[in-house]
Design a protein around this ligand. Structure first.
Ligand SMILES: [Zn+2]
Ligand SMILES: [Zn+2]
Length: 172
């Protein structure tokens, strides 16, 4: 089943009895998303994920792990950020266990793997995606990449503000 994408995974079909577990390698589609005003995607539009499923006494416990590069720009300089995201998420679903022990991704033993993967990726993102901590960003005047422009990059000082005021003045 290599290369086949799984959106909804039928856990019940594993036929696990209480105390049994299974590890699965699955391919999950991840749609492009917007973050901080920029667009990001995963290579090929899908990620390889490891799903561990354990049948507990009356429910399931699940663990989702994946590691993927992100394609998209540095939020400061707009060059490719070369960012990667690692996910290690867990869900427990215990019927009758209340809100805390109910997974929003599991419905009648059908796991919404696509929704879980999307949410887990979103939670794993840093506050800002930048190419490097010391990224200088873009020049606020001309938009040049200051990482490449060098320290001598500068602009003529702004014209005397009084001239600007005079330009505003209109004499009919
Ligand atoms: Zn940058
Ligand atoms: Zn400039």
């Amino acid at each position: 089943m290599v290369g086949q994408r799984t959106d909804i995974f039928d856990i019940g079909a594993l036929g696990l009895s209480s105390g049994e577990g299974r590890r699965l390698e699955l391919e999950v589609a991840v749609a492009d998303f917007h973050f901080g005003g920029e667009r990001y995607s995963v290579p090929g539009g899908s990620v390889s994920a490891t799903l561990d499923v354990s049948h507990t006494t009356s429910g399931y416990s699940m663990r989702l792990r994946l590691d993927t590069p992100l394609e998209g720009p540095c939020m400061r300089c707009l060059a490719d950020a070369g960012h990667a995201v690692a996910v290690d998420a867990r869900e427990v679903d215990q019927p009758g266990g209340g809100e805390e022990l109910s997974s929003p991704y599991l419905e009648d033993e059908h796991l919404d793997l696509r929704a879980w993967t999307r949410d887990a990726l979103a939670l794993a993102l840093p506050v800002r995606i930048i190419c490097k901590e010391e990224c200088l960003g873009l020049c606020s005047v001309c938009g040049e990449d200051l990482n490449r422009a060098g320290p001598e990059h500068a602009h003529e000082p702004e014209p005397d503000p009084r001239w600007a005021a005079l330009r505003e003045l209109r004499l009919d």
